[in-house]
Design a protein around this ligand. Structure first.
Ligand code: NAD
Length: 482
């Protein structure tokens, strides 16, 4: 049988790092080595300042690092020693060539497979942890088998990761389920059992679901497509609410009490972000096109289209409410991460909202409790055509140390991320330091809108009309001149 003593994980990112830290934490007799080609990332994993922020991650890493958890750049040594190898590298949307803008780029996964084939001197279980298109395991198997040395056997498993950033450690310690897909042969099933045994150290047996490889690969894309679809569905409703007087939170509550629908993931917002939802839905769309299923592709494509629409709709609302121009006005942006409790900004809606406002020549003051200044500036410069000179970005964008500094002397405050601290700010103080009329745009539905109205703010929220009387808003500052 295959007994697992050493595990290697290729890719020390948002998935590889936390996942393997929890495995090491829960399986003290296993040696877990996480490797990466990026030496800076590995140095950070070995330091006091981990490369990613995730609640409780520090504690888990500290409790086993140097004991049975190691971070290293020596990819080959870790491959040589391990019986089980996770491939947890990034699979971004291809930005070139065939399938550009939609297909998942599998070049990093493939290079891992080639490395394993070249280095291995003993049999390995290779576990596809990265999110991949259906049948990717077949490509990995083909690469391994075409380069196999005598006496070595490979089994490729699919074991997609369902953790969500911001709650990764809780999700890993107490998963809804663990999914393992493998070949329907005795060797395949033996490999499935070996990986299942690792998880059984802390996951109840009934939560470990096994199935064929292709079902497992598709299930990950399906799960993310369904989750993204719920957000786009409630966001589509929010647009109806804004023109009819219905309130999207009330609608969400009403439909969420239907046990078939359920109440989670029904909050209207400025759209989903993060590295996965858009990438994985587009991956699915491209897969459908390749499989000659254009109607299915079009169906899922709309989920991404509505997300783009929602972001654009929100930016347009800000511009319209500020008397149809934000040029040279100052707008405070609260939150830049794609959701609370993470420092990750990949595909964050805040990037798009800010870029829309910058296109109009607005000055923006940005505050986020966890995102570094360099990251924000890098994200905003992803569309260099917005800035007619290199200095323009620094001219228009100010990164602030707190929400109060960001809001001071601004025309509008925009909530882009649902950080808890934004609900508890002293809005009276903020109001007194803002230009009047002072606007709040709550893109995450986290503020107490009535008390903001009482303070004198003009409040705009997704999916609900609060200040309907635009003439009142316009007249206030000019009242003396009539
Ligand atoms: P990431 O970019 O944070 O980390 C990937 C790491 O792999 C990088 O540090 C990179 O340097 C390294 N790498 C790339 N090629 C390598 C190679 N050949 N050898 C060694 N290291 C290499 O990505 P991530 O967010 O951890 O995502 C990894 C995979 O997991 C993706 O397929 C993603 O879709 C999936 N996933 C992500 C999440 C999430 O919330 N981030 C959740 C579930 C699944």
């Amino acid at each position: 049988g295959m007994s697992v003593k050493k595990i290697c994980c290729i890719g020390a990112g948002y998935v590889g790092g936390p996942t393997c830290s929890v495995i090491a934490y829960k399986c003290p007799e296993l040696q877990v080595t996480v490797v990466d080609v990026n030496p800076q990332r590995i140095a950070q994993w070995n330091s006091d300042e981990l490369p990613i922020f995730e609640p409780s991650l520090d504690e888990v890493v500290k409790s086993c690092r140097g004991r049975n958890l190691f971070f290293s750049t020596d990819v080959d040594q870790a491959i040589l020693e391990a019986e089980l190898i996770f491939i947890s590298v990034n699979t971004p949307t291809k930005n070139y060539g065939l399938g550009k803008g939609r297909a998942a780029d599998l070049k990093f996964v493939e290079s891992c497979a080639r490395r394993i084939a070249e280095i291995a001197k003993s049999s390995k279980i290779v576990v596809e942890k990265s999110t991949v298109p259906v049948k990717a395991a077949e490509s990995i198997t083909n690469i391994l088998k075409a380069n196999v040395k005598p006496g070595i056997k490979y089994q490729v498993l699919s074991n997609p990761e369902f953790l969500a950033e911001g709650t990764a450690i809780g999700d890993l310690l107490n998963p809804d389920r663990v999914l393992i897909g493998g070949e329907q042969t005795s060797e395949g099933q033996e490999a499935v059992s070996a990986l299942g045994w690792v998880y059984q150290h802390w996951v109840p047996r009934e939560k470990i679901i096994t199935m064929n490889t292709w079902s497992s690969e598709l299930s990950k894309l399906a799960a993310n497509a369904f989750l993204a679809q719920r957000i786009s569905s409630i966001n589509a409703m929010s647009a109806i609410c804004e023109v009819t007087g219905a309130d999207v939170s009330e609608v969400a509550h009403a439909i969420g009490t239907d046990s078939r629908i359920g109440n989670k993931f029904l909050k209207a917002s400025i759209g989903f972000g993060g590295s996965c939802f858009q990438k994985d839905v587009l991956n699915l769309v491209y897969l459908c096109e390749c499989l000659n299923l254009p109607e299915v592709a079009a169906y899922w494509q709309k989920v991404v289209d509505i997300n783009d629409y929602q972001r654009r709709r929100f930016s347009n609302q800000i511009i319209q409410r500020l008397f149809n121009t934000v040029t040279s006005k100052t707008i405070a942006i609260l939150g830049f991460a794609f959701k609370k409790d993470t420092g990750d900004t990949r595909e964050s809606s805040a990037i798009y909202i800010c870029q829309h406002l910058l296109e109009e020549g607005a000055h923006i003051n940005i505050y986020d409790p966890k995102v570094k200044k360099e990251q924000i500036l890098k994200d905003l410069s992803s569309r260099p055509e917005i800035f007619d000179s290199p200095d323009r970005l620094n001219e228009l964008v100010t990164i602030c140390p707190d929400a109060y500094t960001a809001a001071a002397d601004s025309h509008a405050l925009v909530i882009c991320t649902e950080w808890d601290e934004f609900a508890n700010l002293d809005y009276k103080k903020i109001y007194s330091h803002m230009l009047k009329p002072a606007f709040v745009f709550d893109g995450r539905l986290i503020l107490d809108h009535n008390s903001l109205l009482d303070l004198g703010f003009h409040v705009e929220v997704i999916g609900k009309r609060l200040t309907r009387d635009i003439s009142r808003v316009v007249r206030t500052p000019a009242a003396g001149s009539t």
